[in-house]
Write a protein that binds this ligand. Structure first.
Ligand code: PMP
Length: 457
C-alpha cells in the first residue's frame, strides 16, 4: 500500500495554513466580485466564498496564499488527488500528439473503452460497450434514451432524494426543489419511489428494514396490475445516494430491485457518477451488493482533472442502438481519455492499493465520528470515503440543523482551512469525500477542525 510519506508528497506540506485575517482575502474578494458581474450564478458553487488558484493532491491554495485541506475533492471528482504527477505527465505526453478527434475513433478512446470493460462490475465486465459524454447529466440523458430504445417502453422509475442531473430527462429524475422549481415540465413518465433512507424513512421500520420495504415496494409497483407502472423501461438508482444525503443502504435493497426488474423486464441502471471510481472501497459501489446491473453511468472520479463521463451498457443491449443516432462532438477527447486511463491505472495499481485504503480509512473515520458522539450529530454513515454526518437541532426530534447554522459551519471551517460541501434533502449533511490519496494526518486534522467548529454552534 502507498505509504503516508508518499501520500504527503502528493499534497502541499503544512496545510491548513491561513495567512489572511478574513476569508475570502482581498484578492479573492475582487475576483468573486468580477465573477458575480460576468458569470451565471445558476452554477453550483457561485456563492461559495473561495477562489481556487492551485490544487495539488488534497490541498488547495487561494490567490491570497491561504492553504486549505479539501475534503470534498471537487465534489467527489479528484479520486487520485489534483495534479497527480502521473496525470500531469499523461496530459503533457498526449497534448503533444492529439487532443480533439470529434466522434471519430482515436487511439486513446479505443483503449479506454477496452479498459472500462475490464473494470466494470460483474454483468458488464467483458460484456459491455461504452458511450462517452462530458458530464454526469449527459450520461444519464444517454442511459434514459438507450433504455427506452431497447425496451420499447417509456416510463422510468427513480427515487426520492435522487440526483441524476439537470437537463430534461435527467432533471425529471432529480428530486431537489432548487433544481426543479420553475424549470418544468420535464420528461414525462417518471415515477418516484422511497429510497431506503432509514434515518428519515416515511414508514414504520420496526418489523422490516427500510431496505426491505423500499425494495418490495418497487417490486409491487413494477409487477402488480393497476399501479400505473406498466411501461417501465428502467429503474435508475444510486447504490449510495449522494446529493440526497450520503445514504448507504444494505445490499438487500439492490438485490430486491434486481429481482423486481428481472420479473418485469425493466433494466437496472446504476448511477455511479458520484459513488464510483473507488470512492466506497470497491471500484463501483454496486459491487458491495453482488448485483449485476444492465447499465452503469460513470463520471466525476473517472475523469478527475479533466471531464469524462458516460454509460456502459450490456453488449447485447448496445447492439440494438442504431449507429449514428446519438452523436457527441466532444465525446472522449483524446486528452480526457488519456487522463481517465491514467486514473484507472492508479486506482487498480496493487502497489498503491488506493481502493483498499479508502475502505480502511473510511471505516476508521466512521468509528472515530461515532465515538465522538457530538450533540449535533444525528447520524454518521457511509461507505468507504463517502461519509455523511447528518446534523440536527436535537437528537430526539431529529429536526434538521437550521440552514443559517449550516452556513456558519461551512464558512467557519473554511476560515480554519477546511473545504467542505454539504448535501442532503435539508442541506444538513456534512459530507467527507476526500481524494483517496488523503494522508492520514490531513484527515485527522480536518476531523479535529470540523468538530471544533461544531462546538461553536
Ligand atoms: N449523477 C450523480 C449521482 C451525481 O452525483 C451527479 C452530480 N452531482 C450527476 C449525476 C450529474 O453529474 P454532472 O454534474 O457531471 O452533470
Amino acid at each position: 500500500m502507498i505509504t503516508e510519506s508518499e501520500l504527503l508528497a502528493l499534497s502541499h506540506p503544512g496545510a491548513p495554513k491561513m495567512v489572511t485575517t478574513s476569508v475570502p482575502g482581498p484578492v479573492a474578494r475582487q475576483s468573486l466580485a468580477r465573477s458575480l458581474e460576468f458569470e451565471s450564478m445558476a452554477r453550483g458553487g457561485g456563492d461559495f466564498p473561495l477562489v481556487f488558484e492551485q490544487g495539488f493532491g488534497v490541498t488547495v491554495a487561494d490567490p491570497d496564499g491561504n492553504l486549505y485541506i479539501d475534503v470534498s475533492a471537487g465534489v467527489g471528482v479528484n479520486s487520485v488527488g489534483r495534479c497527480h504527477p502521473a496525470v500531469v505527465e499523461a496530459i503533457r505526453a498526449q497534448s503533444q500528439r492529439l487532443m480533439h478527434a470529434s466522434d471519430i475513433s482515436n487511439s486513446r478512446r479505443v483503449e479506454l473503452a477496452g479498459a472500462l470493460s475490464e473494470i466494470m462490475p460483474l454483468g458488464l465486465r467483458g460484456n459491455c460497450i461504452s458511450y462517452f459524454t462530458q458530464s454526469g447529466s449527459d450520461a444519464l440523458e444517454a442511459a434514459i434514451k438507450f433504455a427506452k430504445r431497447v425496451t420499447g417502453r417509456q416510463q422510468i422509475l427513480a427515487f426520492h432524494g435522487a440526483y441524476h442531473g439537470v437537463w430534461n430527462a435527467s432533471n425529471a429524475l432529480t428530486t431537489g426543489n432548487q433544481y426543479r422549481s420553475g424549470y418544468g415540465p420535464f420528461m414525462g413518465g417518471v415515477i418516484h419511489a422511497p429510497y431506503p433512507y432509514a434515518y428519515r424513512f416515511p414508514f414504520d421500520t420496526t418489523g422490516k428494514s427500510a431496505e426491505q420495504i423500499a425494495g418490495e415496494y418497487v417490486d409491487y409497483l413494477l409487477n402488480t396490475r393497476y399501479t400505473g407502472a406498466e411501461d417501465v423501461a428502467a429503474v435508475v438508482v444510486e447504490p449510495v445516494q449522494g446529493e440526497g444525503g450520503y445514504v448507504a443502504p444494505a445490499a438487500e435493497f439492490l438485490q430486491l430491485l434486481r429481482k423486481a426488474c428481472n420479473e418485469s423486464g425493466a433494466l437496472l441502471v446504476v448511477d455511479e457518477v458520484q459513488a464510483g471510481a473507488g470512492r466506497t472501497g470497491k471500484m463501483w459501489s454496486v459491487e458491495h451488493s453482488g448485483v449485476e446491473p444492465d447499465m452503469l453511468t460513470f463520471g466525476k472520479g473517472m475523469g478527475g482533472d479533466l471531464p469524462m463521463a458516460g454509460v456502459a451498457l450490456r453488449s447485447d443491449l448496445a447492439r440494438q442502438i442504431p449507429p449514428g443516432s446519438v452523436p457527441g462532438t466532444f465525446a472522449a477527447n483524446a486528452l480526457s481519455a488519456a487522463v481517465c486511463l491514467t486514473n484507472i491505472g492508479l486506482l487498480r495499481d496493487p502497489k498503491l492499493a488506493l481502493i483498499d485504503r479508502a475502505r480502511e480509512l473510511g471505516q476508521e473515520t466512521l468509528e472515530y465520528l461515532r465515538s465522538r458522539d457530538h450533540r449535533l450529530i444525528g447520524e454518521s454513515r457511509g461507505r468507504g470515503l463517502m461519509i455523511g454526518i447528518e446534523l440536527v437541532e436535537d437528537r430526539a426530534s431529529k429536526a434538521p440543523l437550521a440552514a443559517q447554522k449550516m452556513g456558519h459551519i461551512v464558512v467557519e471551517s473554511l476560515k480554519r482551512g477546511i473545504i467542505m460541501v454539504p448535501c442532503g434533502r435539508n442541506g444538513n449533511v456534512l459530507r467527507l469525500m476526500p481524494s483517496l490519496t488523503i494522508p492520514r494526518v490531513y484527515m485527522t486534522r480536518a476531523l479535529e477542525i470540523i468538530l471544533e467548529v461544531l462546538d461553536t454552534v
